[in-house]
Design a protein around this ligand. Structure first.
Ligand code: NAG
Ligand code: NAG
Ligand code: NAG
Ligand code: NAG
Ligand code: NAG
Ligand code: NAG
Length: 429
């Protein structure tokens, strides 16, 4: 770290989504919504012998389904009206949904219970060479239906069979559930020795990855950025000309994020009941979260506080919006593009190709220069949750900018005269 008040990091590792922001109240809400349990799922189709599948996300223990018939849900199944256009009845059947439409996969799954389906089969759309194989997606924490993501080939074969009444095609999903309820959780937190412990800024990142790969972008990039911020701040605090913040900063590395945010949930749960000053939830003013900061086909992603879920405590909203604006302003000042991403807590579609990417890539190209806008139609991180999420899987330019943005925001918050009043303006102080 060099520089004075302007923190610049050179942990040249890696950056792309500033999954930022949030006040303590919101933290709890957000943590409860992402589900990434990686249950092992095997599936068998009586009429198809080639089946490719990926892990999928299920929450409660689904039973093994016996021979359910298929119903095709058109147009991606994002909305209730897509589901109403189902080809055939839905009750007691397995929904077959081709990738498409513009919403998170969790939003599609959220429609399913209303239509009484017993399971969901998504499949890739085959529109591009890299859209043939299954992808891994996350469904909401509240999803209780077994779900699988299939390849384009298998999905199309099933769809063709389902359309032909004479086949009367049925599927059987065999599911091996792993009970992870006793999964060990290990978090590491490091605090600045100075600053008001009852006014703590929490900066989090997750230290685990998925079994499939080393997880250098997801989430080594966030963890390393967090460590870089901590080291930088420590050095600055030891510099006589640099005045320390009034606030304590707590840097945390959460464990077991990939299987359902277990580490951060555990921390929040304990904070809620703690009576130790400095360890209580009320001692936390804000949580900034950094994850996947260096995707090869990056975007400068900022969680948009305006899209917070409806059940987010109102007290948390104003501050979340201000933090979003703070990041946004920084990217604007740097003449860099940025992308506001959904802050609904279900934003896991970020790593994947989202619709609208063409416009986004154009905008990035315009601001960053010809050829710098990223690849249209490609995933932000094609190695997401794969073995190739290695040190090569990082865009260093983007990563550096993301860490600078993170440093800027920390410094900005740390220098507030009254951070609480800044974050919670309507609450009075
Ligand atoms: C789902 O089941 C419920 C309860 O049996 C029923 O009221 C509802 O109409 C069903 N929905 C559909 C779309 O069939
Ligand atoms: C349905 O399958 C049968 C048996 O393979 C075939 O003869 C028929 O042409 C198919 N119908 C359609 C509409 O594809
Ligand atoms: C189709 O299969 C289902 C489930 O096996 C069965 O209940 C149903 O009677 C079959 N329908 C026809 C027309 O064969
Ligand atoms: C579901 O099916 C799989 C594969 O046949 C089997 O290993 C597993 O024990 C079954 N689970 C339940 C709950 O019956
Ligand atoms: C998982 O394990 C916990 C305790 O370790 C138990 O309470 C729970 O019922 C188990 N769930 C299933 C689906 O077996
Ligand atoms: C990484 O971790 C954060 C929480 O720490 C989570 O919100 C995000 O979904 C994770 N991203 C991926 C791609 O696993």
């Amino acid at each position: 770290m060099e520089g004075s008040t302007n923190m610049r990091l050179f942990i040249v590792l890696v950056i792309v989504c500033v999954f930022g922001i949030i006040t303590f109240a919101l933290t709890a809400a957000i943590l409860g919504t992402l589900n990434k349990r990686l249950d092992t799922i095997e599936s068998k189709l009586p009429s198809t012998n080639s089946l490719e599948s990926t892990t999928s996300t299920t929450t409660q223990s689904p039973q093994n389904l016996t021979l359910a018939q298929l119903t095709i849900i058109p147009d991606g199944g994002c909305t209730e009206s897509d589901w109403k256009k189902a080809i055939g009845p839905t009750t007691g059947r397995v929904a077959l949904i081709k990738r498409g439409g513009s919403c998170a996969f969790a939003d599609r799954a959220a429609q399913a219970p209303k239509f009484n389906v017993t399971g969901i089969l998504f499949y890739n759309d085959g529109l591009l060479p890299d859209r043939m194989t299954p992808i891994e997606v996350s469904l909401g924490q509240d999803n209780a239906l077994p779900a699988l993501f299939l390849s384009y080939t298998v999905g199309e074969a099933l769809a063709a069979s389902a359309r032909n009444i004479s086949f009367n095609v049925t599927v059987q999903l065999g599911i091996n559930l792993k009970n992870l309820s006793d999964f060990p959780v290990g978090n590491i937190c490091a605090d600045t020795p100075t600053g008001d412990v009852t006014q703590t800024i929490v900066i989090g990142s997750h230290s685990d990855s998925v079994p499939a790969g080393p997880g250098i972008n997801d989430n080594g990039s966030g963890s390393a950025a967090n460590l870089g911020l901590a080291i930088a701040l420590s050095r600055l605090f030891n510099t006589p000309t640099y005045s320390k913040y009034k606030y304590r900063v707590r840097f945390c590395w959460w464990g077991a994020e990939e299987i359902g945010l277990l580490g951060s949930k555990d921390h929040v749960k304990k904070a809620k009941t703690s009576t130790n000053v400095g360890e209580r939830l009320i001692d936390y003013l804000i949580n900034l979260n950094y994850d996947m900061l260096g995707s090869p086909n990056y975007m400068f992603g900022i969680y948009d506080g305006r899209t917070a879920k409806n059940d987010t405590p109102p007290i948390a909203l104003a501050g979340s919006r201000k933090i979003t604006d703070l990041f946004h302003d920084w990217f604007n000042q740097q003449k860099l593009p940025s992308t506001l991403t959904d802050f609904s807590g279900r934003s896991d579609y970020g790593p994947f190709l989202a619709e609208g990417v063409v416009a986004e890539r154009d905008r990035y190209g315009q601001m960053l220069g010809q050829g710098m806008g990223g690849i249209v139609g490609a995933a932000y991180d094609p190695c997401y949750h794969k073995a190739c999420d290695s040190i090569q899987n990082m865009n260093l330019f983007a990563y550096e900018k993301m860490i600078q943005a993170a440093a800027y925001v920390l410094e900005y918050l740390g220098r507030q005269d009254n951070l609480k009043a800044w974050l919670y303006p309507t609450n009075g102080i």
